[in-house]
Design a protein around this ligand. Structure first.
Ligand code: AMP
Ligand code: MG
Length: 352
């Protein structure tokens, strides 16, 4: 299949109108369009069309029991697909929609099980990216859209990275420039009496607790307990976000961490290996060997979230054979950043 890549930033007004009309037509006819959101690029299909959803799983190579998030642009669309919307959800909608927050509801029959991985719940998000919103409006249906990467790979945060994984497999990629946030939405299960965070994201546990009083973290998110619990978000059970080279996270006081990574790097280089080091602006000068990349500043974790996936993909291109990465404190946005890093490392962590 020929994938049409359309850079919206280079078009004039009437060409932009034509591009959205064409993209919306593809979605309505059951095809696939990748598009930018404020979190990462999404791989979109009509969420109400089981066969279209099946194409998403095929293009990504994703296990079909891993449900998809339905993206909407108006609140009315939530009423059409969710069977029950609790008051707590209305509070969250008021504060964080449109934005990087996904909520899980009991689904209505109109949503096929092919979209929800066989579950009778549906995950819903209203993105705030103008391209995503206009595409959903133009299509006139909720758009199911997982991250537009091959299953297991780091999520794409630019159209170029999306094309790397999806060119030849889907009808169209809309290029709207790099994503602002860089990691996926926070997922909260609203079907429980006390809302449960299934995936941490830019909207933090602390922010949700401040608004709702009570919020829980799914036990599968606890690094020490993840092995023993059947995860509620099926995505949690798969190896994820991973660079090609094996990666080890080093956790502890920052001086001990940099010293340990220097030792590990030294040892790997002596074994003849090409080494990658993932660090931060504050620690970059501590490393003198291997390919060293800073994700951003420790005091501005948004910068780390923004660059994380891009750096994992850059390391794939350098052909490093082993990666050592600094860890972060797991509160506030650090919870989401660490969730991705721990998975990228396949839970390989060293405490110092
Ligand atoms: P992605 O589409 O790559 O952002 O991943 C979507 C995540 O949302 C996956 O980890 C899914 O398991 C999770 N998800 C989507 N729908 C549901 C649902 N109904 N219940 C629980 N988790 C869900
Ligand atoms: Mg994903």
């Amino acid at each position: 299949m020929d994938t049409k890549i359309i850079n919206l930033q280079l078009l004039d007004q009437s060409e932009v109108d034509t591009a959205y009309a064409e993209a919306a037509g593809i979605i309505r006819e059951g095809g696939l369009v990748a598009f930018p959101t404020e979190t990462v690029y999404g791989l979109g299909a009509n969420a109400l069309d089981e066969q279209a959803a099946a194409k998403i799983y095929a293009a990504k190579g994703r296990p079909s029991d891993n449900p998809l998030i339905a993206h909407i642009s108006r609140e009315q669309q939530l009423e059409e697909i969710a069977a029950y919307i609790p008051e707590t959800a209305r509070i969250l909608m008021k504060h964080y929609w449109p934005g990087p927050l996904t909520m899980i509801f009991r689904k209505k029959d109109i949503v096929p099980r092919g979209t929800t991985g066989g579950l009778d719940t549906v995950a819903v998000r209203m993105p705030d990216h103008p391209v995503a919103r206009r595409l959903i409006d133009a299509a006139g249906v909720p758009i199911a859209a997982p991250s537009a990467n091959l299953s297991g790979r780091p999520s794409p945060t630019t159209a170029e990275r999306t094309a790397e994984d999806m060119e030849g497999k889907i009808e169209m990629i809309l290029d709207g420039g790099p994503c602002r946030i860089g990691i996926e939405s926070t997922i909260v299960d609203m079907t429980e009496d006390i809302p449960v965070i299934l995936r941490p994201g830019f909207i933090t546990y602390e922010m949700l607790r401040e608004l709702l009083g009570e919020v829980r973290k799914d036990r599968a998110l606890d690094a020490k307990e993840w092995r023993y619990f059947r995860p509620k978000a099926p995505g949690q059970k798969y190896r994820h976000y991973a660079p090609k080279a094996p990666m080890t996270l080093v956790e502890g006081g920052i001086e001990a961490v940099t010293a340990k990574i220097c030792d590990l790097t030294d040892a790997s280089i002596r074994e003849g290996k090409k080494v990658g080091v993932i660090c931060t602006d504050e620690t970059e000068a501590c490393y003198h060997q291997g390919i060293v990349k800073s994700m951003g500043s420790r005091v501005r974790l948004e910068s780390v979230a923004h660059n994380l996936y891009e750096i994992l993909r850059e390391f794939d291109e350098t052909g490093v054979e082993v990666i050592y990465s600094e860890a972060f404190p797991s509160d506030e946005l650090g919870f989401a950043v660490m969730n991705r890093l721990v998975k990228a490392a396949g839970h390989k962590e060293i405490q110092v």
